[in-house]
Design a protein around this ligand. Structure first.
Ligand code: GTP
Ligand code: MG
Length: 217
């Protein structure tokens, strides 16, 4: 598990971050999963560090951004948090089309939500970008006493389908920054014009020292 924390501007920082940022890479990430599995709660925990016992059900989708500092670069996620209610299903392609990453969420206390997560994975494999990075999150790990999906089941399915897998808890923050960081690590960071399907390099920031020199004289 990565030892991760937030910096002064609220960015999620990973252990080993040297501080001198050279490039910013931007990726579109979409959260999918059955209603009430905790998609919005995971995003709010990741982006704002907050958790609400009575999180409202998402209507349509919500958009948030958050960055992770990794290997001397900043990975900026443009996050689409979709609504899990079935009546919004037809909107989903609008959000996963063009996404470089997805976190498919289920609730470890609901076997049905695990089956729904598998069908989201199949839909992504069929219809999303072929190189999309997919992570599977077994959320509400704090309710392990009521679990209907064993850790091994989730891990086995993820392994068979080449997915990142973690059990998470938006409530306790377990593995929340870690799963986004694991996605960030797996995303290709290409800077050449030949591969525009990879990251968008949006800014050359330079180290603090370099920035100072640029302003000077
Ligand atoms: P939709 O927007 O309807 O698709 O739901 P969602 O997947 O965004 O779920 P949401 O984040 O709204 O969470 C649903 C309920 O589960 C809320 O009451 C949350 O407080 C609760 N919840 C979310 N994550 C966790 C968790 O990790 N542990 C526990 N115990 N409850 C959680
Ligand atoms: Mg929601």
């Amino acid at each position: 598990m990565a030892d991760a924390r937030r910096n002064k501007s609220g960015q999620a920082r990973s252990a080993g971050d040297p501080g001198g940022i050279s490039q910013i890479f931007q990726f579109k990430l979409v959260l999918l999963g059955e209603a009430a599995v905790g998609k919005s709660s995971l995003v709010l925990r990741f982006v704002k560090g907050h958790y609400y016992e009575h999180q409202e059900s998402t209507i349509g989708a919500a958009f948030l951004t958050q960055s992770v500092n990794l290997d001397n670069a900043t990975i900026k996620f443009e996050i689409w948090d979709t609504a899990g209610q079935e009546r919004y299903h037809s909107l989903a392609p609008m959000y996963y089309r063009g996404a470089q990453a997805s976190i498919v969420v289920y609730d470890v206390t609901s076997a049905e939500s695990f089956e729904r997560a598998k069908s989201w994975v199949r839909e992504l494999q069929r219809q999303a970008a072929p190189n999309i990075v997919i992570a599977l999150a077994g959320n509400k790990a704090d309710l392990a006493n009521h679990r209907q999906v064993e850790t091994e089941e989730g891990a086995k399915y993820a392994n068979e389908n080449g997915l990142i897998f973690m059990e998470t808890s938006a409530k306790t923050a377990q593995n929340v920054i870690d799963i986004f960081t694991a996605v960030a690590r797996k995303l290709p960071r290409s800077t050449g014009p030949a591969d525009r399907k990879g990251a968008d390099v949006i800014h050359m920031a330079g180290t603090a020292e370099e920035q100072k020199k640029k302003k000077c004289c």
